[in-house]
Design a protein around this ligand. Structure first.
Ligand code: ASP
Length: 423
């Protein structure tokens, strides 16, 4: 059997297992440095290949999607529907996190000694993040709105962090195509069609490298974080709370939403999502996972291109259910360890700030840490508390990224079911 004939998810899984094995062997043999220098770069190459395709893919498929809409009014209907559903899933995720962390109360069992040791170990890292967070907090209130609009086409395309600007450019071009009319824009739309096909083939080619890239990423991750695993003893229940919440989202809440609000059978949804989820798990980046998510949701789940091209890139930027759940649990956990009793109003403030801040979280590894500091300060929890959870951030980041991308695909399926073909 040819290797390429093995299903994508199995190839990624194999890469993951080989990578973890390399990392686990390297740590006790003292080869962690070698893995970081000689193996991890192949994972970084894979991340770059995935990310380099994201901007052209979003641009081309969104122009194609908007250009094929019935009229301009349909666009605002799809847009409003998408944002509304995204907010609902985020609030649901935060509620799940809060209920679990209040019920399990993992912070009540962490001893003062472990807390002090972690605080000392991670003090420098927390200070560095605090400086970044202060910089973010000083930004004028409406700056986020201003930043959605590009002042330079090339500049917007030169930075993956400006995905919302790409969406604005592509939507505007699509709207212009609609208003100029099909006849005169036909050659342009044919070009866009051809580019779309080429980009999809590029994703296939890049995914052939996935097993090697994933193995290298996992080996590097294990080599880098193995030393922190002793933290698991002290933080075990906290990890259980986060993981339980994230698994409930993946295996209970999203399937329920798909079952009741979309036309896609749950089994098909879960089967299609598995390579996307494994990729999100191994890269810890929803930005890097976006191209594969767009391809599979459209090709395998049959969600229309006008919906995937709009809903998924937008979700990658503004919808982070896993991150929101994690931030809510982390904030309450830190408060519990520090003996701070949060009032109902403070819990509601956490819901509001986590919902808003997840919009500003970049879809990259560890993207939410700086943002979490802002959530902590909104309810008066000392930022030093971050030291408690920093050591185990990476493994949890992997799982929350899986939730982030699954949430985006769930919403795309729901929006598609609610968008008549005529719109
Ligand atoms: N790594 C996450 C993502 O890319 C963001 C975060 O929670 O840190 O979606």
């Amino acid at each position: 059997m040819k290797f390429s004939a093995i299903p994508l998810y199995a190839r990624i899984l194999l890469g993951m297992i080989v990578g973890i094995a390399i990392g686990l062997l390297a740590v006790p043999c003292g080869f962690s440095g070698l893995v970081t220098d000689w193996v991890k770069p192949f994972g970084e190459i894979f991340m770059r290949l995935l990310k380099f395709i994201a901007i052209p893919l979003v641009m081309v498929s969104l122009i194609k999607g908007v250009g094929s809409l019935g009229d301009i009014a349909s666009l605002s209907k799809i847009g409003l529907r998408t944002i509304g559903i995204y907010i609902c899933t985020t609030v649901l995720a935060i509620a799940v996190g809060l209920v679990l962390v209040e019920a399990i109360a993992p912070g009540k069992i962490v001893g003062a000694d472990s807390a002090a040791a972690m605080e000392a170990d991670y003090r420098a890292a927390v200070t560095e993040r605090s400086v970044q967070a202060e910089g973010m907090a000083e930004v004028p209130p409406l700056q986020f709105l201003v930043d959605i609009f590009p002042d330079n086409w090339i500049g917007a395309m030169g930075d993956n962090g400006r995905m919302l600007q790409i969406i604005v450019i592509a939507v505007l071009v699509g709207v212009a195509v609609l208003s100029v009319g099909r006849e005169r824009t036909e050659p342009f739309m044919k070009l866009i069609d051809a580019l779309d096909a080429i980009l999809l083939r590029l994703i296939d080619l890049i995914m052939r490298y996935a097993p090697i890239g994933v193995a290298a990423l996992m080996a590097g991750m294990v080599a880098d974080t193995a030393g922190n695993l002793e933290l698991l003893g002290a933080l075990g229940l906290y990890v259980v709370t986060v993981v339980l919440g994230l698994l409930l989202m993946i295996f209970l809440f999203y399937p329920l939403l798909v079952h009741f609000f979309s036309k896609i059978p749950v089994r098909k949804f879960l089967r299609t999502m598995s390579p996307v989820q494994l990729l999100a798990f191994t890269t810890s980046s929803s930005a890097a996972t976006l191209p594969l998510n767009m391809e599979l949701v459209e090709r395998k789940l049959g969600v229309s291109q006008r919906v995937t091209s709009f809903v998924l890139p937008m979700g990658m930027t503004i919808n982070m259910d896993g991150t929101s759940l994690y931030q809510a649990v982390a904030a309450v956990f830190i408060a519990q360890v520090l003996g701070i009793d949060l009032t109902g109003v403070q819990l509601l403030t956490i819901v509001a700030t986590t919902t808003l801040s997840s919009i500003g979280t970049p879809g990259v590894p560890g993207g939410s840490i700086v943002v979490l500091l802002m959530v902590l300060s909104s309810v008066g929890i000392p930022p030093e508390g971050l030291a408690l959870i920093l050591g185990l951030d990476r493994p949890l980041d992997m799982l929350r990224t899986v939730v982030n991308v699954t949430g985006d695909a769930t919403v795309a399926s729901i929006v598609d079911a609610r968008t008549p073909v005529s719109e």
